[in-house]
Design a protein around this ligand. Structure first.
Ligand code: FE2
Length: 396
């Protein structure tokens, strides 16, 4: 995602699994209609299933990073038990538009304009998202890039790869960081009218990478962890200039939803890294409960993608009075990309869904975590029986 921002020197030739095998970038934009359905699509399911990821037009195996490169959105429209179409389209950054000899996409840019990470529907609009810089893009019905947007001039910088919609207030919330501003992050609340109604600037040190966040009724939860901007990596030409930083204090910040920087309750914790939170809520005893996937460390030796040695599902209980974080492992099995029913965001909930990282480069299963009963159900997509296996958790 930083390829348009930074230099492109070739520095090493480590193996890059993210542009080979099943991850080989698509070379064409396809429109396939009336798809064959294997099994049954529930008739009540109606809409588009969308996903986005990097799909570089001109990948460079020796310097590619999983998070870098031109974005591509894929979609399937489902209606009345039928799969009406599949489409894949590159996000029209200036580089992509120029390469395709098309008119450039209108709308305001910030820092860079590659968008390749996530897609989210809000207020009837579909947004393509990235962190650390670019303004979001508006995606059309047939996956065309319509325009870049700064929410009618109210978004002063980039947004985030993972905004979340509070089902109780209808607001879209985000924690944003900027690859060119290492001393500040921003908490944003966007209203249903599509404009930023609240921005809180929070001082930080060293430019931490903050991919996701969580919220409760009272707090936005800030993950200030020791992966930070690396000027040496940027100058050296790495596409992704963030590295593990032993000198950066790991801490969790509780920002009151209507508060400012001076109101943040910071709580130290042992070094670790988090890409994704599952959910959080306020407990009756005044503590904050946060569920998330935790990596032991990140970006400390490989330059092409994640390199943690352990990741597991944890529950962090944060005491705002004592400023302590108590960590409990819910499931030690490797897993990532957690989600819950988004109607339960910010509130107590029961089920989390995660990708089982059976293969480090290829998630081939899903876990359904029952956080009330402490059990886990697994579905393995690899060929061969049995298709569904049930596990009883052996951990706490
Ligand atoms: Fe993510």
């Amino acid at each position: 995602m930083f390829g348009s921002l930074l230099g492109r020197r070739v520095l090493n030739a480590e193996d890059t699994p993210y542009i080979t095998g099943v991850n080989t970038p698509m070379r064409e934009e396809l429109t396939i209609e009336n798809l064959e359905v294997v099994g049954t699509i529930p008739p009540a399911l109606r809409g588009r299933y969308l996903r986005m990821g990097p799909n570089p037009m001109h990948p460079s195996p020796s310097r590619h990073h999983w998070f870098a490169g031109d974005g591509m959105i894929h979609g399937v429209r489902i209606e009345d038990g039928k799969a009406l179409w599949y489409r894949n389209r590159w996000i029209r950054s200036n580089a992509v538009s120029d390469a395709l000899d098309e008119e450039r996409t209108p709308g305001p840019r910030h820092l860079f304009d590659t968008v390749n990470t996530n897609v989210l529907g809000y207020g009837g609009t579909t947004f393509g998202l990235i962190e650390a810089g670019s303004t979001p893009v508006v995606i059309g019905e047939t996956l065309e890039t319509e325009r870049y947007t700064d929410f009618a001039g109210t978004l002063h910088g980039g947004l985030s790869a993972h905004p979340h919609v509070d089902p109780l207030t209808g607001e879209m919330l985000a924690v944003s960081y900027d690859a060119a501003k290492w001393g500040t992050i921003r908490y944003l609340a966007i209203g249903p009218d599509g404009t930023v109604r609240r921005e809180a600037k929070i001082p930080v040190r060293s430019g931490p990478m903050i991919h996701d966040f969580a919220f409760t009724g009272r707090f936005a939860i800030l993950l200030d962890l020791p992966v930070t901007f690396s000027l040496i990596s940027a100058i050296s030409g790495y596409q992704f200039p963030y590295r593990w930083n032993e000198d950066h204090e790991a801490r969790i910040g509780l920002l009151p939803r209507d508060g400012g920087a001076e109101d943040v309750v910071w709580c130290p914790l042992d070094p670790c890294f988090v890409f994704h939170a599952v959910n959080a809520h306020d407990a009756a005893d005044g503590s904050v409960v946060l569920d998330l996937v935790v990596h032991d460390r990140m970006f400390w030796r490989r330059t092409s993608g994640p390199d943690s040695e352990r990741c597991s599902l944890e529950r962090w209980t944060i005491d705002p009075e004592a400023r302590t974080v108590t960590r409990t492992t819910l499931d030690p099995a490797p897993q990532e990309f957690p989600r819950c029913d988004e109607r339960r965001l910010g509130q107590p909930y029961r089920y989390a869904y995660t990708m089982a990282m059976i293969d480090p480069f290829l998630g081939t299963g899903l876990f359904k975590q029952d956080l009330v009963n402490g059990t886990r159900q697994a579905h393995d997509f690899r060929p061969g029986p049995p298709p569904v296996r049930i596990h009883l958790r052996t951990g706490p």
